[in-house]
Design a protein around this ligand. Structure first.
Ligand code: MLT
Length: 201
């Protein structure tokens, strides 16, 4: 997958996996690293799917309606890419923390939904529930931060509450943070993500 890798203070540091929104690129979320953890390694990946030229991580049938078959396939593809990137660059595969926005938050959520050892933790900005009606792996010990907007037209408040309940039900330690705004990523939620990150075990 097209990506950027930047080594941080040490290869043993956490690795931030940056996942952009629809139409974004692997450059988009790089400025967040300075807020969240400037000492971390960074692996920023571009989505492999193109929707009319806009990169995404998986196909959708309509806005908010995911192509589940493709979501499963692309989640596996990203999971395997992470395994390979850890071997190629030498970072600690057990210490990968996702930071995803919108479609990027959705594929990060899907990694958690499908693979127990995919991520150590995840900061999900304006995510949806990636799939419903499936059994999740045991996510005990995983920290998840969800940033949601009270007037997000793409992601109704109930969707964020459902995601929190599903992840908590699988054992994850979930913090749901609200901003009175829509689907955009704002500084308030980035600072809240920074606080959450600093309290991770
Ligand atoms: C998605 O398709 O992942 C969500 O609707 C968010 C978006 O990318 O617009």
């Amino acid at each position: 997958m097209k990506h950027i890798f930047k080594e941080g203070e040490s290869l043993d540091s956490p690795t931030l996996l940056l996942l952009h929104g629809t139409g974004g690129t692997e450059e988009d979320l790089l400025p967040l690293v300075d807020y969240i953890d400037p000492t971390a390694n960074v692996l920023s990946v571009r989505g492999n799917v193109s929707e009319n030229g806009m990169p995404r991580y998986f196909k959708r049938l309509a806005e908010g309606v995911f192509d589940e078959e493709d979501l499963i396939f692309r989640t596996k593809e990203l999971y395997e890419f992470l395994d390979q990137a850890a071997k190629d660059y030498g970072f600690d595969r057990q210490n990968v923390i996702a930071v995803g926005y919108s479609n990027g938050a959705n594929i990060a959520g899907s990694l958690l939904f499908h693979y127990q050892d995919s991520l150590r933790a995840a900061s999900l900005h304006h995510p949806m529930v990636p799939r419903r009606g499936i059994d999740l792996p045991d996510l005990s010990g995983k920290g998840v931060f969800i940033a949601a907007g009270t007037n997000d037209p793409i992601c109704p408040a109930q969707e964020s509450e459902d995601l929190k309940a599903i992840l908590s039900g699988a054992g994850a330690d979930v913090k749901l943070h609200w901003e009175s705004q829509g689907h955009q990523l704002n500084l308030g939620e980035i600072k809240a993500a920074q606080d959450w990150y600093q309290q991770l075990d």
